[in-house]
Design a protein around this ligand. Structure first.
Ligand code: ADP
Length: 322
């Protein structure tokens, strides 16, 4: 009988609970002893680990956030910290650890793997910036929240012939901005991966106004050089040219807290099962992800060494549709 622990780390994402539930229940189905680590790597270091059964993960499938808690833990970036974590797991006779999280968290899990501890990662971040999984847990729900914001802003924008700048999450990755912009019919999308000229944004607004559009929506990823604040500052100096009155809305953490949609719940359930199957096969040091509709494993070494690229096909599509 194996003993396996699961933790959530880094930024929380809707669907993390569905992944915890799946890991615990798929492990229990194999007859294994299952454990949850509280507060991510911080709880691992302090040995905050509890045994969990099927009932402990009841009623959480539809909840946002993570019942295990998450933390950012600087000590885990040191080898000493990681060795403390491994000791805590070994003291409880735990054979393997499943880490649910994004880029930072999987870098941490890669370092644990290099210390020869059996690790399996599950791709979860609302930014969708993790190499090794086309979609990560939480992205779809966050995207729908951004889309709802665009739809609502359009209504008020039309009433007042206004332009709205909507800043969405995405530190280094414009995925949410690009997809929400396409789904919401934005006039312009500003993402970190593609250089944007504020003159061009201003010109787009001006043309939209001249063509008699009732509203204009610009979606901006927070990590873009010209984020909402930088663009507003630029527009202040060119107010007469724009036509529209312009307002900025920064969506911020509102995007994280939603109840996971069907896509994220199903993805999380599949990835949780995929992680338990990887543990069963003895396949460690890998990230479980979704690629071309299938649950796949990618070595963590590859995951941390590569950057996920934005789809230029989607960037081109957005340009055609604005
Ligand atoms: P995310 O997983 O959402 O990208 P973070 O970047 O905040 O979140 O990372 C979460 C945690 O992962 C950090 O607080 C730290 O404990 C651990 N971590 C991040 N980078 C490293 C690293 N280079 N080595 C070891 N652990 C790391």
């Amino acid at each position: 009988m194996k003993r396996v622990a699961v933790l959530t780390s880094g930024g929380d994402a809707p669907g993390m609970n569905a992944a915890i539930r799946s890991v615990i229940r798929c492990g229990v189905a194999k007859g294994w002893g299952m454990f949850g680590v509280k507060q991510g790597y911080a709880g691992l270091i302090s040995g905050n680990i509890v045994e969990m059964g099927t009932r402990d993960v009841g009623g959480i499938l539809q909840k946002g956030g993570t019942i295990l808690g998450s933390a950012r833990c600087a000590e885990f970036k040191t080898e000493e910290g990681r060795l403390k974590g491994i000791r805590a797991l070994r003291q409880l006779g735990i054979d393997a650890l499943v880490v649910i999280g994004g880029n930072g968290s999987q870098t941490g899990s890669y370092h644990l793997h290099k210390l020869d501890y059996p690790i399996v990662g599950i791709a979860s971040t609302i930014d969708n910036d993790l190499y090794g999984s086309e979609m990560t847990i939480g992205v779809d729900t966050a995207l729908n929240i951004a889309l709802e914001a665009i739809d609502r802003l359009k209504v008020t924008a039309s009433s007042h012939q206004r332009a709205f700048l909507l800043e969405v999450m995405g530190r280094n990755c414009g995925y949410i901005a690009l997809m929400a912009g396409i789904a919401g019919g934005a006039e312009y999308i500003v993402i970190p991966e593609v250089e944007s000229d504020p003159e061009e944004v201003a010109e787009t607004l001006h043309l939209a106004y001249e063509h008699g559009k009732e509203h204009a929506i610009i979606v901006v990823a927070e990590g873009a050089k010209y984020n909402a604040n930088a663009l507003i500052e630029f527009f202040e100096k060119h107010r007469d040219r724009l036509g529209f009155k312009i307002r900025a809305t920064i969506l911020g953490h509102v995007q994280r807290g939603g109840e996971p949609g069907a896509f994220d719940r199903i993805l999380a359930s599949r990835l949780g099962n995929g992680a338990i199957e990887a543990v069963d096969r003895g396949e460690f040091g890998v990230l479980v992800g979704l690629n071309k509709g299938k649950i796949t494993t990618t070595p963590l070494e590859e995951v941390v060494a590569n950057k996920k690229e934005i789809s230029m096909e989607m960037v081109e599509l957005a340009r055609k549709l604005d």
